[in-house]
Design a protein around this ligand. Structure first.
Ligand code: GDP
Length: 444
């Protein structure tokens, strides 16, 4: 997973200071030395590291912190705040034009994921904002790019405007915007040409497209796996073209995270979205605060809840939340959730979003696979209706029957019952957090 090394090192470091009743300047210095190493190792830009260490140190050795009753916790809070600031503070939404069509230009080097992201973005804009996007194939140098976009359009049932490879990209973009007006497509997303390196010709072409109608957004797509190179590319594109935001792709991979932590600070442009996989729904708005929490091992319950809600419809989600709150969640609901969770993505990724879970020993070895899911289902299906609704009645003779019925050992039945109880408790806390008081409740 992305940020793994950094996350581990930072958590080790803050663990040492966490419970301290007294924190000296010396303690802060020692901690910041470790933080500095961790950031450098994660390939964070050196200037950014220096600035970060300076900011945290200044705030942490302030008299308020030192005198407080929980200085360790306060220092950690400062690290979290500054990490959030580093990544841009607030989530930065898409700027839509109130006189449609909104024009979004997608730029970036070849292989960064530009065409894929163009499709994902159209999908997200349609789903989340209920708009009617038009995709524009303006990469005329790589014929496969046009085909790729057309295939994505077909797959998503989103129209794609293309004029082949013989017409200039500027002309294509102009005609596409005209067509969007006629056909009432309120968002135009232009997939421009990529190159292996930044060159003058490419920049000129992008400037010419930009000149047709000032885009509302110019999104630079960069590959998170390329670390500092991604930061340099962002800097160059920004200086030449003036981007409005960054989409950081392949954050589902094994990136050390340097790009995510440096781009904002170096370019002063926000990361707006992150790519979390190759599928068309694997694009997420970037939330600096949630990312900081995740890096520090405090979990990311809000993203988890959103992910879960994207899978169930609104009414169902409300109903479920009510059940969590009133503790009337049953094994029937559990099995329904199990099916939904399967659709959410790799389970080890999901587990890591839960606060505390990523710190558990051996969690990296946990593999919740389909076979285990099948066992859980077998146990639940062997329960009577009454048992599923009210598991408290499951005594030892019932357990034996369930064990026999499902063909699973009795210990496994016990474990599931225990886990179900724990989960109910946790869900209750989680719903409290989603109501907006999350940050206060999130204990470390
Ligand atoms: P372009 O040359 O910039 O248009 O790049 P493409 O859109 O063709 O993407 C290059 C490769 O990266 C393709 O194999 C994509 O499936 C893959 N890709 C794009 N975004 C992501 C992402 O967020 N995660 C992962 N794992 N792969 C991605």
């Amino acid at each position: 997973m992305a940020f793994e090394g950094l996350s581990e090192r930072l958590q080790e470091t803050i663990q040492k200071i966490k419970g301290k009743g007294k924190v000296t300047e010396q303690d802060v210095k020692a901690m910041m030395r470790e933080v500095r190493f961790a950031l450098i190792e994660a390939d964070v830009n050196l200037k950014v590291v220096k600035e970060f260490v300076k900011n945290v140190s200044e705030r942490a050795v302030g008299s308020d912190v030192m005198k407080s009753l929980t200085p360790g916790q306060q220092v950690i809070k400062i690290v979290q705040d500054e990490l959030t600031n580093l990544m841009g503070g607030e989530q930065s939404p898409i700027q839509f034009n109130n006189k449609p069509p909104t024009v979004i230009m997608m730029v970036g080097l070849q292989g960064a994921g530009k065409t894929t992201t163009t499709g994902k973005l159209a999908n997200l804009i349609r789903k989340k904002y209920n708009r009617k996007p038009l995709l524009v194939a303006a990469d005329v140098y790589r014929p496969a790019a046009i085909q790729q976009l057309e295939t994505l359009g077909k797959q998503l049932s989103i129209p794609v405007f293309s004029m082949g490879t013989e017409v200039s990209p500027v002309e294509i973009a102009r005609k596409a915007i005209d067509q969007a007006k006629e056909e009432h497509n309120d968002v135009v997303i232009i997939d421009t040409a990529g190159r292996l390196h930044i060159d003058e010709e490419l920049m000129q072409e992008l400037k010419d497209i930009r000149a047709i109608k000032e885009p509302d957004e110019i999104f630079l797509v960069v590959d998170a796996m390329t670390g500092q190179d991604a930061v340099n590319v962002a800097n160059n594109f920004n200086e030449a073209l003036g981007i409005t935001g960054v989409v950081l792709t392949k954050l589902d991979g094994d990136t050390r995270g340097g790009a995510a932590l440096s781009i904002r600070s170096v370019t002063e442009k926000p990361i707006k979205f992150i790519g979390m996989g190759e599928k068309m729904d694997a694009l997420e708005p970037f939330h600096p605060e949630r990312m900081a929490s995740r890096i520090l091992g405090m979990g990311d319950m809000l993203s988890l809840i959103e992910k879960a809600q994207a899978q169930v419809d609104e009414d169902k989600a409300k109903e479920l939340e009510e059940k969590f709150k009133t503790q009337s969640f049953t094994f029937d609901d559990f099995i329904e959730q199990l099916q939904q969770v399967k659709k959410m993505g790799p389970l080890d990724e999901i587990l890591k979003m839960i606060p505390g879970v990523n710190k558990m020993k051996g969690i990296e070895n946990v593999q919740v696979d389909d076979k285990q899911m099948g066992h859980l289902e077998a146990i639940i299906y062997s329960m009577t209706k009454e048992e599923k609704t009210n598991p408290d009645i499951i005594n030892s003779s019932r357990k034996k029957r369930i064990s026999k019925g499902s063909g699973r050992p009795i210990q496994e039945v016990n474990r599931l019952l225990k886990q179900f109880e724990d989960m109910k408790k946790m869900m209750k806390q989680m719903t409290g957090m989603s109501a907006g008081k999350g940050k206060k409740k999130m204990k470390m």
